[in-house]
Design a protein around this ligand. Structure first.
Ligand SMILES: Cc1ncc(COP(=O)(O)O)c(C=O)c1O
Length: 366
């Protein structure tokens, strides 16, 4: 009889568990939490009402096919509902895709400062994560294509990327797709697409509609303000949707999430208000931080990546400590290969003023 302990699959113990943005500060002070790219406006009141109405039906299993939600998404964007797969957050969809398409020895390519879940999901499937250098904190199509080989099963691209806030114009995404072998899946993670106001940007729906190896993912956690309900969706080629429907849990999306998601999608005025809020405050925050002598990577999302001076006492770790002592929580992004940066979510007017005021003190300008 062996006395060896149960061993997980190769790769699992190489995973550094995902550390979510912090949510509290010492001293019982109410924190200004700008660490998880949540919307400062909250969800639509109609989504909250739809969520509450589900309280009378908690004994019943949800519709495993999320049929009404998929129909609502399909109607809004003009899509085929059979090619939409909903998930418990887009995190689940990332995991399902990795689980279904990566095995031991297979590779998944993503960019140097790309969203952390790509590496975690790849290692969970005993695959090899292949990070590719970025240029000026932006995905570099040529660098990605150079690293794609026969073992590359997936290329993950967050567009816009978290935590950098940069994006690839559609022509570049097309060029990336064109350079991939037909058996490599291009996963376009468009978690922040609603915030992007650029004529040369597309989330990827057209590429999914016209190719057999592109998936686009979206989330209700950001602009829709439903992060607590865990709801995301993917638009897929029919064959990929079929695969994901085989591996997902039969009830992976809950009834309150489905109901709130449908109501949230219908409230376009709320989405427009959130976009307008971001349009007003993203440039203001970026400009004010630059006036303080901080470098800010130009962002098209609802957050900015702030680069701190390298001097001791002025670096990102010191800034983080300084801000937390004042009840302000930004996101450390060392795990993304950005040890001297903090990521700030665009908050309410008063949140934004509070951060700029505190960083102004930190930089010794006031
Ligand atoms: C690029 C990107 N993709 C996916 C997610 C995960 O979103 P969800 O809450 O839908 O799992 C996030 C959340 O931070 C993200 O930044």
């Amino acid at each position: 009889m062996s006395n060896r302990a149960p061993a997980p699959q190769p790769g699992i113990l190489d995973i550094s568990p995902y550390v979510p943005g912090e949510s509290s500060v010492p001293g019982g002070v109410k924190a200004i939490k700008l660490s998880s790219n949540e919307t400062p406006l909250g969800p639509s009141a109609k989504a909250i009402a739809a969520y509450k109405a589900e309280a009378d039906h908690l004994a019943e299993y949800p519709d495993g096919g999320a049929t009404r939600l998929r129909a609502a998404i399909a109607a809004l964007y003009g899509l085929d509902p059979n090619r939409i797969v909903c998930g418990c957050g887009s995190d689940e969809l990332i995991n399902l895709i990795a689980h279904a398409y990566i095995g031991p020895g297979d590779e998944a390519v993503y960019t140097e400062h790309g969203f952390l879940m790509y590496k975690i999901a790849t290692l969970s499937s005993s695959g090899k994560p292949v990070p590719v250098p970025e240029t000026a904190y932006r995905a570099d199509v040529d660098a990605i294509l150079k690293r794609v080989g026969p073992k590359t099963k997936i290329v993950f691209l967050a567009n816009p990327n978290n935590p950098t806030g940069t994006y690839l114009p559609h022509e570049e995404v097309r060029r990336l797709h064109k350079g991939l072998p037909s058996n490599t899946l291009l996963v376009l993670d468009a978690a922040y697409c609603e915030y992007v106001r650029r004529n040369d940007y597309e989330a990827g729906l057209e590429l999914v509609a016209t190719t057999e190896n592109t998936v686009m993912m979206r989330t209700f956690s950001k602009i829709y303000g439903l992060a607590a309900l865990r709801l995301g969706w993917a638009y897929c080629p029919a064959a990929v949707a079929d695969v994901l429907n085989r591996v997902r849990g039969p009830f992976n999306v809950t009834s309150p999430a489905i109901a709130a998601g449908i109501a949230a999608l219908a409230d376009r005025a709320h989405v427009e208000t959130a976009v307008a809020h971001n349009e007003r405050w993203l440039p203001w925050v970026s400009a004010e931080l630059k006036k303080l002598g901080l470098e800010v990577t130009p962002s098209v999302g609802n957050f900015v990546l702030i680069h701190f001076p390298k001097e001791k006492g002025r670096d990102a770790a010191s800034a983080d400590e300084f801000l937390k002592a004042r009840g302000i929580i930004l996101r450390r992004v060392a795990a993304y290969g950005l040890p001297n940066c903090l990521r700030m979510t665009i908050g309410t007017e008063s949140d934004n003023h509070a951060v700029v005021g505190a960083l102004s003190q930190f930089m010794g300008r006031s």
